[in-house]
Design a protein around this ligand. Structure first.
Ligand code: T3D
Length: 266
């Protein structure tokens, strides 16, 4: 995969694409250039059958400090207000859509502080594993803004309205342990164990049947807006597709032969 990125680093091995946000002196704050590069890496990952899991992490002591405030306000303030909605539509929303809709599991490996849209990016992933020293800060309120990058939806989904409201309105930092306690993250590990623990999880996901896994992601996302009837119909639809895969046959055959299945993505 292209090594010409300047705001991210990408590394593909063993079916895992690791995308490392790479502006460590700014705690990996998001810029438009990072958005373009992240979008390109995710598109490539989506198209490449050899990639079966994506890991999003950060270089240095931060995961992502949200929007780079210097990029939008290089002089501290602007005479004319910026159209932040346009900025979101162009740079951030397409990334969140891709993370949520691509039929491959995405792990956020939160290595340090996540703030503002950095929290939203972690929430847009399917699983979150984080370092014990990581913190989560819905910092939007501190600068008079509204949580974005789908944070108002995904936070409610992960932790419920009451906790989401408090996190967004008070904007206080949340420790990794507390984040796990309220269901915002799946796992917390010691800082030095994060890369290996992330890799173990990613390898497990990469060994699973990709089609079944991708369709499961679709069905779980579909459930948020569906009635019971609609969800039952949707499950039947995706199950028809999963039932036609060679991986499904392999799984059943392996069960009868009392062996570990080998899923090929067919
Ligand atoms: O429509 C739109 O697009 C608007 C979208 C908005 C989405 C958002 O994400 S809004 C929220 C933006 N993020 C923030 O407001 C967070 C700002 N940062 C902080 O509050 C703190 O930096 C942290 C709590 C994240 C970490 O604090 P600390 O003490 O560990 O580190 P630090 O010293 O503050 O930061 C280290 C450097 O990173 C520092 O640079 P310097 O001064 O040493 O040269 C700091 O300025 C820089 N940095 C941190 N966050 C950002 C940043 N630079 C630009 N933008 C940032 N968001």
């Amino acid at each position: 995969m292209a090594s010409s990125f300047s705001t991210i680093q990408v590394h593909a091995a063993d079916g895992i694409l690791t995308i490392k946000l790479n502006r460590p002196d700014r705690l990996n704050a998001f810029t438009a250039e990072m958005g373009v590069e992240l979008g390109a890496a995710l598109r490539l990952a989506q198209r490449d059958d050899a990639i079966r899991c994506i890991v999003l992490t950060g270089n240095g002591r931060g995961f992502c400090a949200g929007q780079d405030l210097r990029e939008l306000w290089p002089d501290g303030t602007e005479a004319e207000p910026l159209d932040l909605g346009a900025h979101l539509r162009e740079n951030i929303n397409p990334l969140v859509l891709r993370l949520r809709t691509m039929e491959k599991p995405v792990i956020a490996s939160v290595n340090g502080v996540a703030a503002g849209a950095g929290v939203s990016f972690a929430l847009a992933a399917d699983l979150r594993i984080c370092a014990r020293s990581a913190t989560f800060n819905m910092a939007f309120v501190q600068i008079g803004l509204v949580p974005d990058a789908a944070g108002t939806l995904t936070l409610v989904q992960q932790v419920g309205y009451t906790r989401a409201f408090e996190l967004c309105l008070l904007g206080e930092p949340l420790s990794a342990e507390k984040a796990q306690e309220i269901g915002l993250v799946n796992r917390v590990v010691d800082d030095q164990a994060l890369p290996e623990s992330t890799r173990e999880l990613a390898l497990r996901l990469a060994a699973l049947p990709p089609r079944g896994l991708g369709l499961t992601k679709r069905a779980l996302n579909h459930a948020w807006t569906a009635t019971l009837d609609e969800q039952l119909a949707y499950e039947a639809l995706v199950q028809s597709t999963a039932g036609r895969t060679a991986d499904h046959r392999e799984g059943v055959q392996a069960f009868f032969e009392k062996r570990t299945p080998i899923f090929t993505g067919k």
